[in-house]
Design a protein around this ligand. Structure first.
Ligand code: ASP
Ligand code: MG
Length: 417
């Protein structure tokens, strides 16, 4: 017998018909002899609808009241799943965040879980009940409702799994696993059997939106085994132990699991950045700090940075990327600080894409970046910026070339199925 936390996302919970399918999957898992707790999202589209109500009610809404409103989507699906489980003869009951409670800090609309009282869930499971818990919601020390930030149910599920010391956290979603790249771009993309926490973090942060990034860091920290699976499976499919999803594992576990692995695990594309170029910034100590200090104060996240070699020891160009959504604010901050930065010209380009190749294999192999640069050069794709981490190489290119770049790199690294 294992203890398993099962999480179902918004598309899996969208309507009573789909909830019935979910109830069947949960029931089978319990009948396979496991202790089961379920974490659910609101029906897809529901949280957006609730957020809009808040905006309409008061454009400058109080985040604490916003949380009261948006947390309700998960309350509805928790109750509905418990009802549906009961209708097929399973013992089930729901536990809202405040009833357990799931304690968070008081950063409304983006709260962090601090602790989960598991007494009630454990007692419930011991009675043979399926405990249904709404994702996304929690309670502050002074008993106000909080939510965890959009996509936060993944984090709730991992936190519940950690608190229950569950053997596994199965995340059921509308895709059947993590792929080598977006299958809509590359038809030959393959589903990965295993991916490490760090790879998943890098892939999640560069635009592969299977799991909320925060849930992956939490799983890594708490050593929760996470499996990504599709909830759109056959009525008579076996319980999840034998289903082919993607398992997120530690480096050590991976070594024993997957000897045949390619050097690169996945390729991600992200079109949400914009490029900023400052020309002829004085080449002197403090110049770069005069640019990035004010941006940091404005809470703007800078990603890739290049500083060119100075010209005649007097000045230099600085290129960097920021989230496209922050581009207008970035320009405003730089113009405000023009006197101190003393650049000659400011130009921007929102038409860029960041392409990243990710894989723990590059820790022990040289030449990964060189192969990327050559593959792109052979097809005439110009690289505008580069950044690297221990397990990732990213390049910035013209966004029109995104699909071509992803496809040719997928082939170059031997990932085509
Ligand atoms: N319902 C919330 C959202 O849409 C949380 C989640 O589904 O993970 O962001
Ligand atoms: Mg989600």
């Amino acid at each position: 017998m294992a203890r398993i936390v099962m999480k179902f996302g918004g598309t899996s919970m969208a309507g009573t018909e789909r909830i019935r399918r979910v109830a069947g999957i949960v029931r089978r898992q319990q009948e396979a002899g496991h202790e089961v707790a379920v974490v659910v999202s609101a029906m897809s589209g529901e949280t957006d609808r609730l957020v809009n109500f808040c905006r309409e009610a008061n454009a400058l809404y109080d985040p604490a009241e916003y949380d009261v409103v948006v947390a309700s989507g998960e309350q509805v699906t928790s109750g509905l799943l418990a009802l549906t489980l009961q209708s097929i003869g399973a013992k089930a009951r729901s536990w809202l965040g405040w009833q357990l409670p799931i304690r968070t800090d008081d950063a409304h609309a983006k709260a962090r879980i601090e602790s989960i009282d598991t007494d009630e869930i454990l007692a419930s499971m011991a009675r043979g009940e399926i405990a249904v818990i709404p994702g996304f919601q929690g309670l502050t020390a002074d008993n106000r409702i909080t939510t965890l930030g959009r996509g936060g149910s993944d984090t709730s599920a991992v936190a519940v799994a950690a608190a229950l010391k569950a053997d596994r956290c199965d995340i059921y979603t509308d895709v059947d696993g993590v792929y080598t790249t977006d299958p809509r771009i590359v038809a030959k993309a393959r589903k990965l059997k295993n991916v490490t926490y760090e790879e998943m973090l890098e892939l999640a942060s560069v635009g592969s939106k299977v799991l909320q990034t925060r849930s992956v860091s939490l799983a890594m920290k708490e050593k929760v085994r996470v499996q990504v699976l599709s909830s759109f499976i056959d009525e008579n499919a076996p319980a999840a132990d034998t289903l082919p999803g993607t398992m997120i594992v530690s480096d050590e576990e991976l070594e024993g699991l997957d000897m045949e692995r390619q050097l690169i695990t996945g390729i991600a594309a992200d079109k949400n950045d914009a490029k900023v170029i400052l020309t002829a910034v004085p080449d002197r100590p403090g110049a770069v700090s005069s640019i990035f200090g004010p941006l940091a104060e404005a809470n703007i996240n800078v990603d890739m940075i290049i500083q060119n070699v100075g010209r005649a020891d007097t000045d230099t160009d600085v290129t960097f990327t920021v989230p496209a959504a922050d581009l207008d604010r970035t320009v405003a901050v730089l113009e405000e600080n023009r006197e101190t930065i003393r650049y000659e010209k400011l130009s921007t380009d929102p038409k860029v894409a960041k392409i990243s190749v990710v894989g723990v294999g590059m820790r022990s192999h040289a030449g990964v970046a060189a192969m990327m640069f050559k593959a792109l050069a052979d097809r005439g794709i110009n690289i505008q910026a580069i950044s690297t981490s221990e397990i990732k190489v990213s390049v910035l290119i013209d966004s029109d070339e995104t699909e071509l770049a992803v496809r040719l790199l997928h082939t170059a690294y031997g990932l085509d199925g």
